[in-house]
Design a protein around this ligand. Sequence first.
Ligand code: S3P
Length: 417
Amino acid sequence: MRLSGTFKPPGDKSISHRIALLSLLAKGECVVSNYSTAQDCMTSVHAVNALRGGAVFSGKDLNLSTNGRILTDSVDVDCGNSGTTMRLLMGILAGVSGRFILWGDDSLMKRPMERVAKPLRCMGANISCAPNGTPPVTIDGSKLCGIDYRLPVASAQLKSAVLIAGIQAEGLTRITEPVKSRDHTEHMLEMFGANISFESGAWCVRKSVMELPSVFSVPGDPSSAAFFLCGAAMLDGSEVTAEGILLNPTRVNFLEKLKEMGAQIEIHIEGDSPEPWGSVKSSHSGKLSPCKVTSEELPLLVDEVPILALLATQAHGVSAFQEIGELRIKESDRVAALVSELGKLGAKLEIDGPNLLIYGPTKLRATDGLESFGDHRIAMTLAIARGLTDENVPIRDMSCVSISYPDFFETLRELTL
Ligand code: S3P
């Protein structure tokens, strides 16, 4: 298989979630263009409509209309497969009077929520999870007060929940992170006029009244583009260009890894609103060097590890991904999934304590069948891996790609030579 051509990935998933969910705490009317219609982001739209209403599509635009108040005081919200929806809603609903119950699909019901409940409880929230710290999450909204909080893990979802609770709390909320993670919530709060600043290494937020901008355009999702950009770097004779994608530095560290590995990457910044965006060209350039990802870098490419791991199977030498425990608690145990499924194709992956080592290069070979574990990023990684075998290896449960990239297979077909 070779990949060639130009493509536009869907609107960024993290930014789509945030513009919809943060509208619950803001006033005004906003026309959002390029909102992602992937399943996860539609889950956030449904959540907004269950809590307040006023999130309506007109053609491709999402119209948000809000008076800054949540209109119900008792509702169950189905968060589907989306950890971002659930964790951001925890921060939003912690300060809203009423009783709210958050639940989701089989995968989400196994994911850790106590790590979010804990700091919110310190702020005065009334939140409970199941005894093992998983959903359902029950929130009895109450008055909140600010805290000084150091995140125990670099998680943008956890950071966002505390920041969002902070804009509803009396007094100052200070948040420090062990390592920088994606910063879309900070940008968006600033853009909505919230009282937020970065002082002495900490994010500081105070109670705020927020207003939506009248228009907002969601840049393309670099984490979706990554499958084809990395695919082109490993498939002989390939060259693809992703147009209109988000280039926020907390999201495109995988492009630095591609460059370090020897792929040819050209980045053109074309705009900076609401965050930097532009186009990226990636081409195959022969021999790849191993991929080294440190624990400090991991949060800046956490969603790209599956496709970078596949790329590492084609690199000459030992690739190392340090301290990747967080990947075990994503939509599936991504470490176990990569070891088993890439292993079936002949790749050599080894778990070394908290690290993942990959020995390359390996010519991948066909196998009877592969398993996506219902995880969209594993499914898309395996679809590119299948291209490396040049055989039509069956992959179970591929429909899960629609969680983040509904047109993935259509784009793959268009780019495939
Ligand atoms: C996200 C943060 C990341 C990422 C997820 C989306 C977000 O999770 O894996 O897909 O939108 O905040 P962490 O909270 O573990 O950083």
